[in-house]
Design a protein around this ligand. Structure first.
Ligand code: PLP
Ligand code: SF4
Length: 321
C-alpha cells in the first residue's frame, strides 16, 4: 500500500502554470517568475495554500517559487562548500571529528530556491548504503551518523528501517541525527510506521528540523513533531538567514518563540552559502550579528540560535555570533 504521505507528495505542484493560477497571480507579476529554472519547481500543496494570493513578497513564495533573479550567475559558485573533497565514499561525507554525514537521497518534500545542495551530483541510481556502512564499521572514531540529503524522510520506511537495523549493529555509533525539512511540507510523513522505526532504535536519536519562517509552522506540524519528542528524542531547529524572508527582527523573534513554545530549541542560524543563482538571498554577516544581538536581548538564552557560516576546510562551522 502506498502511504498517505507519498500520495500527498505526488500532488506537489511541479508545473508553474497551475501554481500561479492557484495563487491568482496577475500577468505583470507572472512576468517576474522564471519559467524554466535549473533547479526544478517542487512545492507541496500545503505550502502553496499558505502563500498569500497574488504576492511576490510572501516569505513562502520567495523560498519556493523561482524568480528571474536566478538567471544572475555572477554571485557564488556551483560548489561553494567543496563537498566533493570530503567524500569518504559515494554517499558519505566527513568534515568534522566524530561525525559523518549520509547523503541519503537527492529527493526532498520541496525544492528550496536557496538550497546549497541544488548542484550536488547525487548517486541516485544506486540504492542501499553498503559502502557507507562498511566505512563506518571500520572507523571507531565516528560516534554519530547524520542523515541528510536531500531529505532523509524521502526514503521509504523500508529503506529507513533497513538502514537503522544496520546502524544498530555498529557498537561505536552512539547517535543518529536527522536533518530534515520534510515535516514543513508534508507533516503526514510522521506516521505510525515512521514513529515505530524511531522507537525500535537502540541509539540516541536527535531530530533537527529546518524551518526559516514562523509561517511554515502550524498546529498539525507541531503536533506531529511532539510525537517524536515524546519518544525522548531532542528536537532542534536550524534556519538559513535569507534576504526578504527572515532578515527582520520581528520574524526571527516570532520564529524562536513559536519553536520554544513547542519545546523545539533553536540550534543554528546559518549565514547563506554563496551558491550560484541565489545571490538575491544573501544577507551581510554584520546584519546577521545585529539580528542575533536583538534575539539575545529579547529571549531566554536557549531561544537564541548560534549564527554560523560554513567555511570549507575548517574543523567546525564558524561561529559568528
Ligand atoms: C554541518 C555538517 C555537520 C554537522 O555539524 P554540527 O556542527 O555538528 O551540527 C556534519 N557533517 C557535515 C559534512 C556538515 O556539513
Ligand atoms: S529541503 Fe533542504 S536539501 Fe531539500 S531543497 Fe530544501 S534546503 Fe535543499
Amino acid at each position: 500500500m502506498i502511504p498517505l504521505w507519498r500520495q500527498i507528495q505526488k500532488n506537489n505542484f511541479t508545473k508553474l502554470g497551475p501554481l500561479l493560477d492557484f495563487l491568482e497571480m496577475v500577468p505583470e507579476k507572472r512576468s517576474q517568475v522564471l519559467a524554466h529554472p535549473t533547479f526544478v519547481l517542487n512545492v507541496p500543496f500545503r505550502l502553496a495554500a499558505k502563500m498569500e494570493k497574488n504576492s511576490l513578497q510572501d516569505p513562502l513564495f520567495k523560498q519556493f517559487v523561482p524568480l528571474k533573479e536566478e538567471l544572475d550567475t555572477s554571485f557564488g559558485s556551483t560548489e561553494p562548500l567543496q563537498d566533493q573533497t570530503f567524500r569518504r565514499s559515494k554517499k558519505l561525507l566527513q568534515k568534522y571529528r566524530g561525525r559523518a554525514l549520509f547523503v541519503t537521497t537527492g529527493a526532498c518534500a520541496m525544492n528550496c530556491r536557496f538550497c546549497f545542495r541544488q548542484n550536488f551530483p547525487y548517486e541516485t541510481e544506486e540504492k542501499g548504503f553498503q559502502q557507507e556502512l562498511a566505512v563506518l564499521a571500520l572507523d571507531a572514531s565516528i560516534s554519530e551518523v547524520i542523515l541528510s540529503g536531500g531529505d532523509p524522510l524521502s526514503l521509504s520506511d523500508r529503506e529507513l528501517a533497513s538502514l537503522f537495523q544496520e546502524l544498530d549493529k555498529i557498537p561505536h555509533i552512539r547517535r543518529i541525527r536527522f536533518h530534515t525539512r520534510f515535516p514543513i511540507g508534508i507533516p503526514e510523513r510522521i506516521d505510525a510506521a515512521f514513529l515505530e522505526i524511531l522507537q525500535n532504535c537502540s541509539k540516541q536519536i536527535v531530530f533537527i528540523l529546518h524551518c526559516n519562517h514562523p509561517k511554515e509552522l502550524d498546529e498539525e506540524i507541531l503536533a506531529n513533531l511532539k510525537k517524536i519528542q515524546k519518544l525522548g528524542i531532542p528536537l532542534l531547529n536550524q534556519s538559513v538567514l535569507l534576504k526578504g524572508v527572515n532578515d527582520e527582527e520581528g520574524v526571527l523573534l516570532t520564529l524562536s518563540e513559536t519553536l520554544v513554545n513547542a519545546g523545539i530549541l533553536p540550534y543554528y542560524l546559518h549565514l547563506h552559502d554563496p551558491v550560484q543563482r541565489t545571490g538575491h538571498f544573501d544577507v551581510p554577516e554584520e546584519r546577521g550579528q545585529e539580528l542575533v544581538r536583538f534575539l539575545q536581548e529579547n529571549l531566554s538564552g536557549y531561544g537564541v540560535p548560534h549564527l554560523v557560516r560554513e567555511e570549507p576546510g575548517k574543523p567546525s562551522k564558524t561561529f559568528k555570533g
